[in-house]
Design a protein around this ligand. Structure first.
Ligand code: FAD
Length: 491
């Protein structure tokens, strides 16, 4: 049929997955159109996710640090928070990055079409123009014809069905809007997103409660690491409700009244509580069901995910999908790597380049980071997983109480842990399988452990690598030495 616009590659969604795919495809010489309903590129991550949360977390970490400085001999007094200015800082950070993305798109001649996209066929997408925050549609429609498509439509926060429609009930986007600081705040869901936002709000003065169905906060990380984080953060919380469900909520003049129930039979639950702000952080749901994927023949699961193979190809051979919409872990760095694979496979197929067409997503590990204070970071096999799966590992655990830098920083609560294959086949020289850290800047250091896993390093490789002294990163070398006994063998 007739189309208003045609291209080699249509990218649906302008988040980290979408813009990375578009840029790589354009760099490989393809004609690319990217469709995004919001006014800016960057998706959840730049606009209402990774970046704004870190802008606020940085301020919170500095405030916490400064509050301890009196003990070290410098008293800055009580902080005076100007919330409008703080919000302005966050907006500026977002603006810098989204502005940069727009410039990069222009430089690469990637066409950005603003609007809500839905498939109308296997090679056509219809876009209805959007304005304002991206929710309002103008009725103006355009059809884009494509040879290949990459679906990168992302995810959105899960909303509990019984939650009242009330400004005092927010998701992460609402929390990042930072309208005011509540006195009492409930965090629904003890995962990374909830705990990061809780860190910001409690540093600004809110008292926190957190409710979590499972028996611990920050699921996925080793319990020994989380324990250290929890000890350091105990002061922020009035009540940590584990193995507890939220079963009802009611808007009252005094606040949002929330009702709890035990997650397991025979358990107990606290009495209903009233909060000034309730943050829903119980997970994210993919946008697969909102793009008329069936018109293109693309299969979507009941939960809204799109299944793909290791080349990021859907059940329809010329349509690919990447990022949050293809499944866990819902992380920006995963989306970016998948994006590059999809773009390369497409370029390879359109240009008859066999090497590019063979690209595949085969990362061994994807790191996770909670940017709380202290940070918690982990990658690969965790100790709890090793135990549960009966995998024999040799552990090197280095407590930061022995790190000169951590002590000098006044922050020696951290630990660095490395796990090496200790199966009989490894003959005492097992490769690294995983690692975790809790402590300041843990997220900035976890990449070294990821690299070690990708390279198949063993404890000697890591222990013999000279790390600069005195740094927190040295703890990785020390943990390897501890696991190996010593690292003085002759090469
Ligand atoms: P998205 O970023 O969700 O982008 C999808 C885009 O598609 C959106 O811009 C959307 O408007 C657009 N779109 C969807 N449907 C349509 C349509 N039909 N038509 C037009 N446009 C459409 N990850 C990390 O790795 N590190 C972090 O520190 C981190 N912090 C986070 C903090 C918060 C508060 C949240 C909510 C998330 C965080 N994440 C973090 C997760 C990260 O944001 C996501 O994994 C990442 O954004 C996924 O990228 P994506 O490209 O798949 O999708």
């Amino acid at each position: 049929g007739s189309a208003d616009l045609d291209c080699d590659v249509l990218v649906l969604g302008g988040g980290p997955g979408g813009y990375s795919a578009a840029f790589r495809a354009a760099d490989l010489g393809l004609k690319v159109v990217i469709v995004e309903r919001y006014a800016t590129l960057g998706g959840v991550c730049l606009n209402v996710g990774c970046i704004p949360s870190k802008a606020l977390l940085h301020v919170a970490a500095v405030m916490d640090e400064v509050s301890h400085m009196a003990d070290l001999g410098v008293d800055f007094g009580a902080p005076a928070v100007n919330i409008d200015k703080l919000r302005g800082h966050k907006e500026k950070v977002i603006g810098k990055l989204t502005g940069g993305l727009a410039a990069m798109a222009k430089m690469r001649k990637v066409t950005t079409v603003r609007g809500y996209g839905a498939f109308v066929g296997a090679n056509h997408l219809e876009v209805e123009e959007t304005t304002g925050t991206g929710q309002e549609k103008t009725g103006t429609k355009k059809v884009i014809a494509f040879k290949k498509a990459i679906i990168a439509a992302g995810s959105q926060a899960v909303r509990l069905p019984f939650m009242p429609n009330d400004p005092r009930v927010v998701d992460s986007t609402g929390a990042l809007a930072l309208k005011e600081v509540p006195k009492r705040m409930l965090i629904l869901g003890g995962g990374i997103i909830g705990l990061e936002m809780g860190t910001v709000y409690s540093t600004l003065g809110a008292r926190l409660d957190v409710v979590e169905m499972m028996d611990g906060l920050m699921q996925g990380a080793d319990r020994d690491l989380v324990k250290i984080w929890q000890k350091m953060n105990a002061k922020r919380f009035d009540n940590i409700m584990l193995k507890t469900k939220t079963v009802g909520a009611e808007a009252t003049p005094e606040g949002i009244k929330v009702t709890f129930a035990p997650a397991e039979e025979g358990g107990t639950a606290p009495e209903p509580q009233v909060y000034d702000l309730v943050l829903q952080a119980v997970g994210r749901t993919p946008n697969g069901k909102k793009i008329a994927a069936e018109k293109a023949g693309v299969a979507v699961t009941d939960r809204g995910f799109i299944n793909v193979d290791i080349q990021m190809r859907t059940n329809v051979p010329h349509i690919f999908a990447i990022g949050d919409i293809v499944g866990q872990p819902m992380l920006a760095h995963k989306a970016v790597h998948e994006a590059h694979v999809a773009a390369e496979v497409i370029a390879g197929e359109l240009q008859g380049n066999k090497e590019l067409a063979a690209a595949a997503f085969n990362a061994r590990v994807i790191p996770s980071v909670a940017y709380t204070d202290p940070e918690v970071a982990w990658v690969g096999l965790t100790e709890d997983q090793a135990k549960a799966q009966g995998i024999k590992v040799k552990k090197g655990l280095f407590p930061w109480t022995a790190s000169g830098r951590a002590i000098a920083n006044g922050r020696d609560e951290g630990v660095t842990k490395l796990l090496f294959d200790d199966s009989p086949e490894a003959h005492g020289h097992g490769k690294i399988l995983g690692g975790g850290m809790v402590g300041t800047h843990a997220g900035d250091m976890i990449g070294e452990i990821a690299l070690a896993i990708e390279m198949g390093a063993d404890a000697v490789d890591i222990g013999k690598t000279i790390h600069p002294h005195p740094t927190l990163g040295e703890s990785i070398g020390m943990a390897a030495e501890i696991a190996h006994g010593s690292c003085t063998d002759v090469p």
